[in-house]
Design a protein around this ligand. Sequence first.
Ligand SMILES: [Zn+2]
Length: 330
Amino acid sequence: MTTETGFTNVDHEFFHRELDAFLPDRIYDAHAHMWKRDWASFTLGADIQNVGIAEYDRAIAEIHGDRPTETLFLSFATPDHLDLIDEANAWTADQIKGRPACRGHFFITPQQDPEWVRDEVKRLGLHGLKCYHTFADCSPTWEASIPDYLPEPFVAVANDEGWTITLHMVKSRAIADPDNLHWIQKYCRSYPDMQLILAHSARGFQPAHNLEGLGKLAGIDNLWFDTSANCEPIAHQAILRLIGPDRLMYGSDLPVSHARGRSLGASDSFIWLYEETPVWGEKHIRIEPVMVGLEHLRSVKWACWSERLTDQQVEDLFWNNAARLFRLDT
Ligand SMILES: [Zn+2]
């Protein structure tokens, strides 16, 4: 049987075998997307065109079971649809209106006026900023320096307003790159009321980069991490051990969670294995890849186990750290 979002019996068996007994009773998903087909080529099952809060709720239950889930949604845009960025931000804001524990990040481009962004985020009732390297004015953008896609004046506005910013850093060596380290340290120290979230466990898809660089970020009070989509347990462990268990938040990265495959560290880099990547036949057997969100959650489970986290600390990772950052009690 295949569900509307493409989950099969193999996925459901994995969930029950690996995850159901591990996951806490409630989950804060600190990194997920919503979108319309007009501006994003994501797919979530063949028949779902637009993913708003209702579609998200149904889809996320595939990897969370029936646990209550609240979410930080990151508005999504691509340079191919510049004219639809405003609509994407408005759609994200509209979708979370009835959900006071949800949060939304406004998608910025480096070409926008930071003062216009300040007014728009307030007008829409959103809570922070999302940037992405594909809008940087350099080539290739995956080697962009952080200010190329998150210029300092936006960070200053976030500091004034007490906002959060989700940063998916690039460059081949991620947090082991001195330029990335410099800008993260500078932004966090210069703007202490801005809260910076490093996505994908500091984009440590190659965990060696986290082991090399993260120690230099210890003790920064306004720095946070989401685990999203990273399937390497050591990437999360490096954060838990070098930064602390009160700084790491779970994130699904839906729709990535609902693609089949996993990330895999290799050499001094990483690769993504997808369903169609021709690696799943191993001598005498055929391996059935499961959904990324399931592999991801197992990597978080293994990190918690290896770091001997208490039940309370696991609940912190899946709820309390996000609740503190997003001030859910106020
Ligand atoms: Zn994402």
